[in-house]
Design a protein around this ligand. Structure first.
Ligand code: GNR
Ligand code: NI
Length: 168
């Protein structure tokens, strides 16, 4: 088990779309375990492989209060979504920022689990939000893409400055 390094915006690797997972081998199982460990340590309610520099369509989530409901989504597809609502969102790859964006309410996803078995999951509230947020990562998208260019530029400049200071 290992804690992986989470990439921060504007790292270009966050813009890579993930490729479908085809092999459900030991290497994949180890990556999933490391992603859960990294997500719980952060702490966050979700983590996409994109965020740890791996361009695969794989994400982990746990939106429960007790942190006892791990979910793996592989090659996920949204198959149903209700009306958009305004919600407050953040991202481990955009540290220190939160803003309101539109996300669908109740959302249904079809995905494969860690063994390659298909399942469907309907989420509401934070889970619905997290499903959409993680699938966006797998497409190389970040929640800040839904904000105005002015806000996006401000966020990018602030993070670039932070990263310069960290590397000094
Ligand atoms: O920890 C996280 N919290 C969160 C809050 C509202 C909407 C989405 C999220 S996901 C985020 C972790 C993360 O960046 N996952 O990609
Ligand atoms: Ni995120």
């Amino acid at each position: 088990m290992a804690i992986l390094k989470i990439l921060h915006h504007p790292d270009p690797r966050l813009r890579n779309a993930g490729k479908p997972v085809k092999q459900f081998d030991d290497e994949l199982q180890a990556l999933i375990d490391d992603m859960f460990e990294t997500m719980y340590d952060a702490p966050g309610v979700g983590l996409a492989a994109t965020q740890v520099g791996i361009a695969l369509r794989l994400a982990v989530m746990d939106c429960s209060e007790k942190k006892d409901s791990p979910i793996v989504m592989i090659n996920p597809e949204i198959i149903g979504a209700e009306e958009p609502e305004l919600v407050e969102e953040g991202c481990l790859s955009v540290p220190g920022h939160y803003d309101r964006i539109e996300r669908h309410g109740r959302t249904t996803v079809r995905a494969l689990d860690r063994h390659g078995e298909s399942f469907e999951l309907t989420g509401e509230g934070l889970l619905a939000q997290c499903i959409q947020h993680e699938i966006d990562h797998l497409d190389g998208k970040l929640y800040i893409d839904y904000l105005s260019q002015l806000k996006r530029n401000r966020i990018r400049r602030k993070l670039e400055k932070q990263q310069r200071q960290e590397s000094d």
